[in-house]
Design a protein around this ligand. Structure first.
Ligand code: TRP
Length: 486
């Protein structure tokens, strides 16, 4: 392992990690997915559950990942292998690193297709390709955009190339430099769009929709979606945050940084809601129109409004930049691992990874046209990538990370890395040992389809399981550790 001998690259500026990690977190998940799932699951109540999931599961898991990365000084595979061997435990744990790296790569291979939609809509906005379209035309445009493999392939290839070019330039000159201007740009555009929303006539409705709590609209399905989305939106369990953490200077506070990223990510998601829903409501559209929400309804609304084209262009530039700052983070684990271990430069690592990525993402892209009926168990290749990563790999990876931190690695490691006061440290430990695993198990049991977890009815049960887990864990762990280390 070569990383041991040379000091690891670090972020150049004070804001480096914060901007890069926020850039990773803020993406299509915030601007495309969060608004439409909030629309589908009923607004304010869903938002509240989502916030609880970010705090109870997202924040502890993110702190763990950053600490693992910084302490292990490497990609997920190297960092975990190093820490596990320091603690004298079996190297099977490095499989967790492999899964995280693969997960980031697989997410990227379908993410570039959705990011490609964003770039192609930006082009349509600029070139006037959407002008004068009716509701039906918009739906037809969305379909036509997907139907032609050369068209769709062009846009996803463009995103792939852009991602690999940025990553190939390095941590400081590529990633940090691009997020340095893209993140502030994104916030400015978002503010401009909210300003537009305030005057669109639907702002009050949007605020009511996002922030009024109606417990009746909560479904168990919605709660699971909120928990799953907390993972996805914070880019957890897929090597991105862990690898970025490996470049974090020793003096930065992990807890404070994590909180900033989580707050920024949440604020951007809510701001995206405040930018999108006013336009939807002002034009009498349904907030629950699913994945096509921003692609089919927003352009329609923009063209009906004064300065709509300008704001439409702003919107799709913003979406495209948000997607890019996320996509670069998904492949960083792979690039870091290749260049640390295989004796090749970052540049070589990125173009060779880019070729493999292009092949896989082309298959994903074809799911929308030529390969629409290449299905297995009713799912296209694109659906499989999404399903495998978000229902299996991310929850399993997250579970592995918290168990590793909570029960397997030396406590000293986290005491030193996190540098929290005893009370806060105890809280973190309680979260990673019991609360996060329980939360993740709940998603997982649901994913297995064994049972639909009925939250409304089973809150007391969940609490009881938490108490039992805590007792068993606390009783067993010192003994467990003694047995393992003897
Ligand atoms: N968080 C990003 C979003 O909300 C997506 C993302 C970026 C991601 N990197 C990731 C998701 C790594 C999972 C893993 O769009």
């Amino acid at each position: 392992m070569t990383t041991n001998e040379q000091p690891r690259t670090q972020w150049r500026g004070r804001w480096g990690f914060l901007l890069a990690a926020t850039g990773s977190a803020v993406g299509l998940g915030n601007i495309w997915k969060f608004p439409y799932i909030t629309g589908e699951y009923g607004g304010g109540a869903f938002v509240l559950v989502y916030l609880a999931c970010i705090l109870a599961v997202g924040v502890p898991v993110m702190m763990t990942e950053i600490a693992l990365g910084r302490r292990g000084r490497g990609s997920p595979i190297d960092a975990i292998r190093r820490l596990v061997s320091e603690s004298g435990k079996g190297s099977a744990w490095s499989l967790l690193g492999w899964m995280a790296m693969l997960c980031g790569f697989l997410i990227l291979s379908f993410y570039v297709v959705v990011a490609g939609w964003s770039f192609s809509y930006l082009w349509k906005m600029l070139s006037g390709g959407l002008a004068g379209s009716s509701v039906d035309d918009m739906a037809a445009i969305f379909v036509a955009n997907n139907e032609n493999p050369l068209n769709l392939g062009f846009w996803s290839t463009l995103v792939t190339v852009a991602t690999m070019v940025i990553v190939g330039k390095g941590v400081q000159a590529g990633i940090e430099k691009s997020v340095d201007w893209m993140m502030p740009g994104l916030v400015i555009m978002l503010l401009a769009l909210i300003g537009f929303g305030i005057f669109s006539g639907g702002f009050g409705d949007a605020v009511r929709f996002l922030f009024s709590f109606d417990a009746g609209s909560l479904s168990s399905e919605g709660m699971l979606t909120a928990l799953g989305h907390a993972f996805f939106t914070l880019s957890l369990a897929s090597g991105a945050i862990l690898t970025y953490g490996s470049y974090l200077p020793a003096k930065a506070s992990i807890a404070r940084t994590t909180l900033s990223v989580a707050v920024a990510d949440t604020v951007v998601a809510l701001m995206a809601g405040l930018a999108i829903f006013p336009v939807i409501f002002a034009n009498g559209m349904s907030p629950a129109s699913g994945p096509g929400l921003i692609f089919m309804s927003l352009p329609l609304a923009f063209q009906a409004m004064p300065l709509g084209t300008l704001f439409g262009v702003l919107f799709f530039v913003m979406l495209s930049m948000a997607a890019l700052t996320s996509s670069i983070s998904m492949v960083e684990a792979t690039i870091s691992w290749l260049s640390d271990n295989k004796g090749i430069s970052r540049r070589t690592a990125s173009w060779s990874t880019g070729i493999v990525l292009w092949l896989v993402s082309t298959l994903a892209m074809l799911s929308f046209n030529l390969g629409a009926d290449w299905t297995l168990a009713g799912k296209t290749f694109f659906d499989w990538l999404d399903y495998l990563t978000s229902r299996w790999m991310m929850p399993l990876g997250g579970l592995g990370m918290v168990l590793l931190a909570g029960f397997v690695l030396k406590h000293e490691t986290f005491r030193e890395e996190l540098g929290l006061s005893p009370a806060w440290h105890a809280l973190w430990l309680f979260m990673v040992r019991y609360v996060s695993p329980l939360g993740i198990l709940v998603i997982f049991v649901d994913a297995l389809g064994i049972t639909r977890v009925q939250f409304g009815l089973h809150w007391p049960w969940l609490l009881a399981i938490l108490v039992v887990m805590t007792l068993v864990g606390e009783l067993a762990s010192p003994r467990l550790r003694r047995t393992l280390s003897s």
